[in-house]
Design a protein around this ligand. Sequence first.
Ligand code: FAD
Ligand code: SF4
Ligand code: SF4
Ligand code: SF4
Ligand code: SF4
Length: 412
Amino acid sequence: MAAKGDMVYAWAADAACQEKGECGGAVTALLTHALESGMVDAVLAIKKGQDIYDAVPTLITDPAEIAETAGSLHCGTLLLSKLVKKYLEGAEDMRIAMPVKGCDAMGLYELAKRNQVNLDNVLMIGLNCGGSVSPVLARKMIAEKFDVDPDSVVKEEIDKGQFIIVTEDGQHKGISMDDLEEEGYGRRSNCRRCKMKVPRQADLACGNWGVIGDQAGKATFVEVCSEKGANLLDGAVKAGALKTGAANPKGIEIRGKVENAMLKLGDKWRAKDFEGLGEGKERLQKIMDATSRCIKCYACIENCPICYCVECSTKKSYLVTPGQVPPPFMFHLIRYAHISDSCINCGQCEENCAMDIPNALFMHALQADLQEMFGHVPGVDMELPVLALVEEQTERKRLSDTGSDQIFNIFE
Ligand code: FAD
Ligand code: SF4
Ligand code: SF4
Ligand code: SF4
Ligand code: SF4
């Protein structure tokens, strides 16, 4: 019987699934088993759309269709969490299994804290994540740095620090990610700063790091992170859908080292990006200058997993004067005030911004400061955010009883 903390190599029993999968198809086999066995009512996964730059989220209720979602798409920069809230009623009445990168899992936890997603109904198959590349920049990078027509690329992967492409005539080309990033290409800037490399708040954490020897590329390293995850793994093995083997001890060590190296790299990018913003008034001025390009398209709010309010304060005329473009700075201040303690640095507000304003950088810099001050880490568990709403009546009574003038007594 598997248990939390166990680490195994896993691969699909079915040869076609093994072949189609990114690293042996274990995740596809687990999702298929979850649906076939009735553990869940549906699977929410990603499949390739028009090309490798087009990652399409798909809700599946027929197990035969899950195979279409096998493989990793690094140039599709979508976030799955808000889709669960927006289109699947927060999984309130539907049990869903889904592959989740670190940011997907973090977003689900933040929505769950706000009662917008029912985590009891979500089975999270975590994917380790070194980062993703914006589709627009990926095309530019492939044309300019690889000297290859982006439309001729049929497969991309990030392996051993390289961004590798495979073209339709079978050519393989790889360039070091560090070199690409030094020149302004490579992973999205939020991904460079990301430190959620192995999503252990999911039920299982799966990835290629640590799979060595003959099995490299043919199996996935699975860490069991919850009882739910252990049950899924056991069930899939028992049903003959998944094969597992002991993880190579050397592989376990390597996986730990790679994870640590990635965390250090994340710290390096944080220091660089945040220092570049300056501090105090200088930072404020930079933020005000950049946001003065805003056309109030609302994409940042629409795509942020923390923004879920039916009545958004930015639409209240007494807070943000309507009809002005760019909107008054209050529009952005409201978002900073509401979200900065919980920002998961998913990058959606930047990726989707019509004016290329580095919104995620601004919010992440604030979040990092708040984390340093109050120790609250968003997206890892169900701990409420620093600026959690209080019960109004209870709070009024507390203020009246104590004579305190502090609305949020965060220092207690
Ligand atoms: P498969 O059976 O091929 O299933 C893959 C699953 O991933 C499918 O369900 C598919 O829907 C889903 N998926 C594909 N693209 C996305 C996406 N963009 N967002 C969410 N879900 C997606 N592992 C590491 O150890 N180190 C890494 O640095 C690393 N980086 C990754 C970066 C990205 C963007 C992704 C998606 C995965 C990454 N992985 C990484 C995980 C690794 O690539 C494999 O997904 C994992 O080993 C499982 O392999 P498999 O054959 O079992 O998966
Ligand atoms: Fe991966 Fe982190 Fe980027 Fe999400 S934010 S895609 S988890 S590197
Ligand atoms: Fe993601 Fe931006 Fe919202 Fe932060 S503010 S959680 S980066 S969308
Ligand atoms: Fe809610 Fe504030 Fe986001 Fe508007 S900006 S949706 S009020 S959290
Ligand atoms: Fe303004 Fe960009 Fe947000 Fe649109 S996405 S409202 S342009 S900051």
